[in-house]
Design a binder for this molecule. Structure first.
Ligand SMILES: [Zn+2]
Length: 255
């Protein structure tokens, strides 16, 4: 009969880091759609001790072409459906659910509370405005943020690793950022996401986020400040971009 501790046997054989240290780590995941749900599953199965999930959406049929959610979960809050799934995937993981918007009310209060005690935030959101919001809060709290996103045409992806005080933040070197870009939403007036989404691209970006998360949490390898995935060419590019000393969010000369 297999012992339950053998759950982590293959991870124990990894020579670059001690995965058993994940049990003491806390990660907040903001957005549990195509990226966040899969990232949460990877982190939970790998043994991260505590996951805090934020998302105000419910499971819809249109979500089911991507991974994790099931037909029987249509109509349930995503964080609740995911928490139930993770509880079965790995009962070792403590999962806390916030079915709220992180930018306001109970979601905001919940996020601030999690930033006080978490080791890392995964940003898995689909709006630029929430990305900048999370970036600002994580830089202020000095908590690493790993933001993931896919292009509107569904085939490309990007992962930003923001280690406050070390790597560029999401706002760095974007002097031309216009307010209309900040408020651009990927959803139409009915609340439906207006762009395509491929399960493959989402899984690749979520996996890249988790790989960088393991490197940050367990301190191995060389963290990539920016990774650009091009699905048409099949390339992955590491970009060592520099911090902007005049960045309004993380710069030394910020006003
Ligand atoms: Zn910055």
């Amino acid at each position: 009969m297999a012992q339950v501790r053998e759950r982590y046997d293959r991870l124990k054989r990894f020579t670059f880091a001690d995965f058993s240290k994940l049990a003491a780590k806390r990660v907040a995941i903001v957005g549990v759609g195509g990226l966040g749900a899969l990232a949460a599953e990877i982190l939970a199965r790998a043994g991260v001790g505590r996951l805090a999930l934020f998302d105000y959406d419910t499971v819809e049929e249109a979500n089911l072409n991507r991974l994790v959610y099931r037909t029987s979960q249509i109509g349930q809050p995503k964080v609740k459906a995911l928490a139930a799934h993770l509880g079965d995937a790995n009962p070792d993981a403590e999962v806390v659910s916030y079915p709220h918007d992180v930018t306001t009310g109970r979601g905001y209060v919940g996020l601030m509370g999690e930033l006080d005690k978490c080791d890392l935030v995964l940003g898995c959101v689909d709006t630029f405005g929430v990305r900048l919001f999370l970036n600002g809060k994580c830089v202020a709290a000095k908590i690493p943020l790993i933001d993931g996103g896919a292009s509107e045409n569904g085939i490309n992806g990007a992962v930003h690793v923001v280690i406050p005080g070390k790597t560029p933040c999401y706002r760095c070197n974007r002097p031309a950022l216009k307010q209309e870009q900040v408020t651009t939403d990927r959803r139409d007036v009915t609340g439906v996401c207006a762009f395509t989404s491929l399960p493959t691209t989402m899984a690749i970006v979520a996996s890249l986020q988790c790989q960088e998360a393991f490197k940050v949490l367990l301190k191995f390898g060389r963290v990539a400040p920016l990774l650009l995935y091009n699905g048409l060419d099949g390339t992955l590019e590491r970009v060592d971009w520099k911090r902007d000393p005049k960045c309004p969010t993380c710069g030394r000369r910020k006003t």
